[in-house]
Design a protein around this ligand. Structure first.
Ligand code: AN7
Length: 351
């Protein structure tokens, strides 16, 4: 193939999107699987670590995979408007693909809890951004109800086409490694993505495209860890605002994925998330804080002796770009120096 056509065209025979539908695409997918040998060696000896850099999708997160599928199907079915609840990335992706399809897009976000780059994206792409005085979970309840009353297509990951699109990341990983990894690590919020990856790995395995399936290691933020605690969290809190979710819509499916794969879902603290977030940036991979949770979970399990990584191939999904959340960096960075525009001053500073 001369150039990448987007995930629907590339993986069409594996997707349940109507085969007559014309893809609404921004050529998402085909993201790099970046080896991270130095970071791997710090975590444990003798294993291979790859980072699936999903921040390089068109709107800066993995949500584009799900959104191309959901909006393609919605457009095919004649939808004129879409709606979603979001911690930010879903909003930006829904906005972009809806506009591209000529549809209106409504997004509900928790007031004051969404990173600047995500709001900017949603607004720029032309969505009607509605802030609610409540949490993501409240917003999701609202959009579920309204989409049953009004002719607006719900494009949260309750929409099965979202998972169809997102499972293609599992295909890409198998295609580029030539096999399934031993472990797949990723952050878990509303739990659509871990469910989609597991579907993808199972289908590739069933089709004979991968000889095995990975074990899934999902990581929730400790302040928003309903799947670890075993009950909903009423007031979730975490620096990783993308996964500030207390009642995950795909929670049951995620727990099943963890169990069937002989993996697990664990909690990582905000400190552990931020430490790994800084470490990833020093690897040249700038992600938003939530995206570091999967790798932080891997490091924690290894450090605490619950993982034998010897000889293993591990893929950690880093889900969203660092530029989505500039404040996370700026608030924590040392103050920048200011000098006169004179070479002597510069010489003194760096000398
Ligand atoms: C960067 O955008 O829920 O477990 O509304 O933005 O599939 O929810 C975002 C989730 C991980 C968790 N990393 O994925 C939303 C939203 C990033 C994210 C997740 C999200 P799911």
């Amino acid at each position: 193939m001369s150039s990448w056509p987007g995930i629907i065209a590339y993986y069409r025979e594996h997707l349940k999107v109507d085969h007559r539908a014309t893809p609404i695409t921004l050529l998402e997918g085909n993201t790099p699987l970046i080896p991270a040998p130095r970071l791997a060696a710090e975590i444990a000896p003798g294993f291979d670590l790859f980072l699936k850099y999903e921040g390089l999708n068109p709107t800066g997160s993995f949500k584009d995979r799900g959104m191309t599928a959901a909006i393609t199907q919605a457009a095919f079915e004649g939808a004129r408007a879409t709606i979603c609840a979001s911690t930010g990335n879903t909003a930006a992706a829904a906005a972009a693909y809806s506009s591209r399809a000529g549809m209106r897009c409504f997004v509900l976000v928790p007031e004051g809890k969404v990173a600047a780059g995500k709001i900017a994206g949603a607004l720029a792409y032309g969505a009607e951004v509605i802030q609610i005085k409540g949490s993501f979970d409240d917003a999701l309840t609202m959009v579920r109800e309204i989409s049953e009353k009004r002719p607006v297509a719900l494009v949260n990951s309750l929409n099965p086409y979202r998972l169809e699109g997102q499972k293609t990341a599992a295909f890409e990983i198998c295609d580029s490694l030539g096999r399934a990894p031993d472990w797949l690590c990723l952050p878990v919020g509303n739990a659509g993505n871990i469910s989609a990856y597991w579907m993808g790995f199972c289908e590739y395995h069933a089709n004979g495209k991968a000889a095995a399936r990975p074990r899934m290691l999902g990581a929730q933020a400790a302040g928003a860890a309903p799947l670890v605690l075993g009950h909903p969290v009423e007031n979730p809190e975490t620096v990783a605002t993308a996964i500030r979710i207390g009642r995950p819509a795909r929670g049951e499916q995620a727990l099943q994925a963890a169990e069937e794969s002989n993996g697990r879902i664990i909690a990582v603290t905000d400190d552990e998330i931020l430490t790994m977030w800084r470490r990833l940036a020093r690897e040249g991979i700038f992600v938003e804080p939530a995206s570091a949770a999967g790798v932080a979970g891997l490091a924690k399990e290894s450090r605490e002796g619950r993982l034998n990584l010897s000889g293993a191939t591990v893929v950690a999904v880093v889900t969203g770009h660092g530029l989505k959340d500039p404040d996370a960096v700026i608030q924590r960075a040392p103050e920048m120096k200011i000098i006169p525009a004179e070479v002597e001053a510069l010489d003194k500073l760096i000398g």
